[in-house]
Write a protein that binds this ligand. Sequence first.
Ligand code: 9MR
Length: 449
Amino acid sequence: MHAALILGLAAVLASAGLVALSGSATAQTTLASAAAAKGKYFGVAANENYFNESAYTSTMTREFNSLTAENSMKWDTVQRNQGQFNWGPGDRIAQQARNMGVQYRGHTLVWHSQLPGWVNSGNARQAMTNHINAVLQHWPDAAYWDVVNEAFEENGSRRNSPFQQAMGDGFIAEAFRIARQADPDTKLCYNDYNLENPGPKQDAAYNLVRDLKAQGLIDCIGFQGHFNSGNPVPQNFHQTLQRFADLGVDVEITELDIAGSGSSQAQQYQGVTQACLAVTRCTGITVWGVTDKYSWRSQDTPLLFDGNYNKKAAYTAVLNALGGSSGGTSGGTTVGGGDNGGNGGTPGAGCTATYSETDRWGDRFNGRVVITAGSAPISNWSVTVTVHSPQRISATWNGSPTWDGSGNVMTMRPNGNGTLAAGASTSFGFTVMANGNWQAPTIGTCTAS
Ligand code: 9MR
């Protein structure tokens, strides 16, 4: 309930960032607002160590509407020494989320890694009980908690840990039961990596979720989503997400990062976004960091912003897949207008050009530009459409195009639709072969005569 409320609030706040498009369409200009418009969240792993870097904080605040503490809510930060709790670093994440008016995900309660040495098979049951109770009491407003993290080996067997040793296979259900009692309002998740492809590990997680669900103990499953060239985003990812959703739990992409760059990375990010959009119970996506330079595997440049906080092609691919579109001079905004070409036409004449994306397929999209006459009639107009390499325009309609030498800049003039009464509109359309780049074309100033 809490999460839904906050997401609703985020959607309202995000609507302040609406950008007018032609007709009734609107486009969102940030990941958060575009995802919220689809009823999903778009989150990020946040690291309080970088909060004093203004570009870090402004990017985080602008683009994301869910935070996960990258490290500071883990056991070795919160309770490095038995019975001594260190809430400060995690509190900075929780408070940042509250300040932003967005949700945060708790990560993680019971994990074999980043576990202090004092936890051993002799005290693991009591330690686990105390830890879960203390943490959930301290952070009761988390929307989700990853109760157990990474409990399976690749072959589907249980991973060794003090918890597994002390309590056997039942430790997972026990952890969820304690968490449920400690905080009945927080959604409780199992979280793991390499669940994205069919196989024994995925099946083990599936059976776990099914069994926990039957006991009313689990609400969600997190697919971490750490991909690279040897482990690419699977084609059928949405089917896997749906398979788990059909158990009656939410599914989430909780730690997304994809090694690579340029269009191939962008395409894979697009694929993950589309997979989540295709599944009603996929509640959101979290990328595992703001900028490549602070990624846990920065050499793989796996995130949406480069080391200078520039938006990468992957960013645009995700934003467009969410139905959003970048602001500025490219798609989504009204550009041009007010000018009659300086050829002695009626003062106040002129035209505006407004772009919108109307369709999208696997490898291409259609754009439409609406030309609207100003306060005086016009008999001719022209406007440029610049696509971003390696994009190519493969078809046009309702206009007469000419091209510059590069093939990137198309100047469109009327094809029988040049005469417009004051305030009247016409439109032309075109198909762009994306070649992996889903950025909206840049629309030049409309010139009328
Ligand atoms: O990104 C985290 C990195 O800063 C830590 O050093 C590392 C320690 O194990 O954990 C990283 O986050 C992990 C996450 O908590 C669980 N799934 C795998 C993530 C990447 O290693």
